[in-house]
Unconditional design. Structure first.
Length: 234
């Protein structure tokens, strides 16, 4: 096989002309595998550029923030909160309370409940709201004891969202089950999950979220409890 036969895409009608110009013995020998190596090099370069672009996007998607709190303390507080919520929602005889009225004009943290549009309020969800309402005094004292935090919330597998924070307008279609913090917490194998700094959908402020899953006694996922801590934007 001649050199000209090894070249991909050569018009063999003109092979004789090429061979006349370049004698057989003077043509360089290109190993067949060299073209494959060239394609591998280009593929590696493309992957490297893609990785750089991904890192750049992750680091510039949100303004950089400075954490002014102790993560160890926040994790300890969150674990205490999660234990209290888990105990209540797993207790068939847990205390209940009347669901409080909304206070949209309050200038302090208040509780609120919401179901996404299209999710009917079943008897089970009504009971869930009553159990969480009985925890409202605890949520208030929890935030008072941890001024580095500005929000407590619980997203349920039913679609219910309970928030204890400054009143804000929320999208009626907001569903905690499809939010990244909820899904990533479920995938974290029971460990405290921390988000990167991001713009809070409720307040528009830069926060980080720490969260833990809540399970039934049989291991069934019941929801995710989370806290938000403000970060200072550079």
């Amino acid at each position: 096989m001649t050199y000209i036969d090894n070249v991909v895409g050569v018009d063999h009608k003109h092979a004789e002309v090429v061979q006349a110009v370049m004698p057989e013995e003077s043509r360089p020998h290109i190993p067949p595998h060299r073209s494959h190596l060239r394609w591998l090099w280009w593929l590696a370069a493309l992957l490297a550029l893609s990785a750089i672009a991904w890192i750049f996007t992750r680091t510039t998607a949100e303004p950089a923030g400075v954490e002014t709190f102790d993560r160890v303390q926040v994790e300890s507080a969150l674990q205490t909160l999660a234990a209290r919520v888990s105990s209540a929602v797993n207790d068939p005889n847990a205390p209940t309370a009347t669901v409080p009225e909304e206070q949209p004009n309050a200038e302090f943290a208040v509780p609120s409940f919401q179901l996404p549009v299209g999710v009917p309020e079943t008897a089970e969800i009504s009971h869930e709201k009553a159990v969480l309402s009985a925890l409202i005094p605890y949520f208030g004292s929890f935030l008072a004891d941890h001024p580095e935090l500005n929000a407590v919330y619980f997203g349920s597998e039913s679609g219910l969202l309970m928030r204890y924070m400054m009143p804000t307008v929320i999208d009626p279609e907001f569903d905690p089950r499809v939010r990244p913090w909820y899904q990533d917490t479920v995938d974290a194998d029971g460990q405290v999950y921390w988000t990167y700094p991001y713009t809070d959908a409720f307040t528009g402020l830069q926060v980080v979220t720490a969260s833990l899953p809540i399970h039934a006694n049989d291991g069934t996922l019941l929801g995710v409890v989370a806290v938000d801590a403000l970060v200072e934007v550079n």
